[in-house]
Design a protein around this ligand. Structure first.
Ligand code: G4P
Length: 194
């Protein structure tokens, strides 16, 4: 289920840039509207109601604020995967490789083995879902830890990019609070019908 308040805010303050980029940096990922984030956190909590969650997992940087406010409603800790360019990391970490189409680079993402355990029930939270690489990378960390993946919540899914389909086909319970069906600088954003 999409979130009306969020869709209205994207219509009002989102900027569509060339290259299929939706700028939401006035309220979501640079300047942050905490009241909106609270509503987003509540909505994720409602959408995953009845599911046991012991940890929220996200990826730096923009996912962290959203995950933290969401975690207040689930009353669980947040773990964020760190991005690193170093491929050979020694020590007690789980790692996965994540390529970014937007930034045209590849990062290794890592989480300390101390913070993901086989008994954990993990909810992944992120700001954008485009090609799905971040969420797939995070789900690999969960798998490596032997933990259970409860599902994934994203604030904005770019429905015209393949990530959402890929993740649903993997059997991951994906909830997107706004799904952009199409967008262009002249006409703005059109959302998918619920
Ligand atoms: P994917 O994870 O779904 O495969 O997406 P992709 O590689 O295309 O995106 C890489 C980064 O760009 C991600 O941030 C993602 O949140 C962001 N992104 C993708 N599409 C948009 C968009 O339309 N607008 C904005 N504002 N961001 C977009 P990241 O690399 O994790 O960086 P960070 O900003 O969280 O540090």
């Amino acid at each position: 289920m999409q979130m009306q308040l969020l869709k209205e805010r994207i219509q009002k303050d989102g900027l569509v840039e060339d290259g299929d980029i939706l700028k939401v940096d006035s309220f979501l990922n640079h300047q942050i509207d905490i009241s909106l984030l609270e509503e987003i956190g509540k909505e994720f909590n409602r959408q995953f109601e009845g599911k046991e969650v012991t940890k929220i997992l996200t990826i730096e940087a923009s996912g962290i604020a959203i995950a933290c406010i969401t975690a207040r409603y689930f009353k669980v800790p947040v773990v964020f995967a760190k991005k690193t360019k170093t491929l050979n990391i020694a020590g007690e970490v789980y790692k996965a490789s994540v390529e970014s189409f937007t930034h045209k680079n590849t990062n290794t993402i890592i989480v300390s083995k101390k913070f993901l355990k086989p008994e954990d029930k993990v909810l992944i939270i992120d700001d954008f879902l485009a090609n799905g690489k971040a969420i797939i990378g995070l789900s690999k960390l969960v798998e490596e830890a032997g933990a259970t993946l409860v599902g994934a919540g994203v604030v904005i899914e770019k429905g015209f990019q393949p990530g959402g389909t890929r993740i649903r086909e993997m059997g991951i319970d994906l909830h997107s609070l706004a799904i952009v069906e199409s967008m262009d600088p002249a006409n703005g954003v059109r959302f998918r019908e619920d």
